[in-house]
Design a protein around this ligand. Sequence first.
Ligand code: TRP
Length: 426
Amino acid sequence: MINPWSSSDFFDYERLKRDFGIGDMNVDFDHFLFRRHLILGQRSIEYIDYTLKHNLKFNVMTGLMPSGEMHLGNKSAIDQVIFFQRLGGRVSIAVADLESYSTRGISLEKAREVAIEKYILNYIAMGLEPCEIYFQSRNSDVQFLAYMLGNRTNMNELRSLYGFTDTHDLLHINSPLIQAADVLHTQMKKYGGPAPTVVPVGFDQDPHLRLMRDLAKRMRVFNIQYDRDLIVSVKGKDDPKEFIDMAYDYLSKRFDGVKKDYEYRVVRAEGVNQEDLVSIDLDLAGMESHYNDFTFIAPSATYQKLMKGLKGGKMSSSVPDSLISLNDDPKNARRKIMAGMTGGRDTEEEQRKLGGEPDRCPIFDLYNYEVDDDRYVKEVYDDCRNGKRMCGFCKREIADRMSGWLSELQKKREEAREKLSLYVHE
Ligand code: TRP
């Protein structure tokens, strides 16, 4: 089981992917986080791929937990959001102030301040274009949807997903429903209707993804299943006939040998290619959405590898010297980098002979996650492995880069303040 509120260590990603059915990242997106396999898992990313290839609309959704610091470890989700925004995605970002209230006891006022000062100003400074950033506590559509989603799950499911026990308070138990509503509400009629939605996350968030994807399907009238034949089942309507006919007519136009069965509430089509499933699902959702305001395409997700902390382990808010915060004073960042652990050997001589170990080096992670020149990063990697690059030099070089970047960000944050109202609309 993964506990999203207290995952303290690295995961065995490949095992996790196998156990929970997270796919390999098999689509070539042109961003270094993808090229370098720092994003190494996905769920239903073919929806986003399809949408991009056919120039259709799609959503990008993420949320921020307004506690602690925005640091490099949680920056790569925003790098992805900006990347997908540039590809045409419509961005929504939730400030998870209800979640931080219910799981960490942070007041709504404090959450607001932290969200704006430590996170949102940085997002804008990083180049996020105007989009929709909202507070869970003030979004009645999200709260209403969370309430309705509660009808489609129960304690058994939440217990097995999150390990909830009888002593967990109801707000905490409710918080996964709020998060599901964060993501799914972007597909309600008022927000543009059903559309593929990509959620960049860390592996610790996977229980939320599993829940919200299942909830999305449970709210649907049409559900598709596939094993060489396509089966569309029709659910939750007093009179399913109309919907069965609708699916039948639609599929008959595209495929031969389509059959319908009123008793079992299914429509069956033979000879459907797997590649057609996305477009079929999108078409059916489009039809359904005229009748069902909760017509959701199950959200897609990308899973990123955790960045190493400068003190070993993962980069985490709970170890201040392990992280580079986007709000760090450049001098302080330099100090932390210079004091950081490396993948170097005990002596210089040994390092020249054996080479360093960039794969377990937090300093190399700074290059890998923050320097976008692929050739240069590869050179750093190779030179380290070959014993040509020493840790002191490497640290100074990346400390220069990072502190330069941080002081630039500082300036841009001040300019960002004037633009806040283009992002936070209330
Ligand atoms: N639970 C997330 C975290 O701990 C924050 C979050 C809230 C979120 N709503 C979301 C993330 C929707 C992705 C999508 O960081």
